[in-house]
Design a protein around this ligand. Sequence first.
Ligand SMILES: [Zn+2]
Length: 231
Amino acid sequence: MTARTLFTDRWGGVGEAPYDTFNLAFHVGDDPAAVAVNRQILQQRHKTPPIVWMEQVHGDTVRRVETAELDTLPACDALATDRPGVALAVMVADCLPILLHDPVRHAVATVHAGRNGTLLNVAVKTVEKMGEWYGTRPENLVVRIGPAIGVCCYEVNEEIAAIVRKTHGERYVNGRSLDLKTLNRDLLVQAGIKPENIEISDICTRCGKDYFSYRREKKTGRFAGVIWLEE
Ligand SMILES: [Zn+2]
């Protein structure tokens, strides 16, 4: 079994401004019919199995998924599965979409890591859960961190900047701007993942025009990272 991964951008869908065009989130005020069509397009275009989405709450809960036929949307910020019939999705517009694959024990996970999730160490908690559930060893994991807000654009208030300087180190704060990509990478490396197995997109969602960015537009859509096992 191998894993397939993808990150969408904001193009190729049917949504109208300010959700133009490939918004995948129902909770942001877009026409639900357009979102439903976009989700169908996503599944058909990439031939994914049925996709499980999350009700993301900026926490650190990881949910184990065994079927795509869920009665309720899981309220959590990470999903994991070892089933090939299920695709896992994370939605973002500046937060970090993180995809993890264990090619040895055949398991995958998605993580939503914004500022809160990062400070709660949600990515490493997901690695730990994969160990508990599937026997995953960190040194086998392959990680992709998708397009997200860069240190160029992520200014926070002095209080938060001071907290990050104190809890994680000066190197993750430039003036009052946070470098969440490097921080998440380093937390994963500290958890035993090999640096060469972590790929990080250098795209800043706020700088570019090809991704939804909450910081740039406020009223906007969400793009997605998706991962699944393929037999
Ligand atoms: Zn930027």
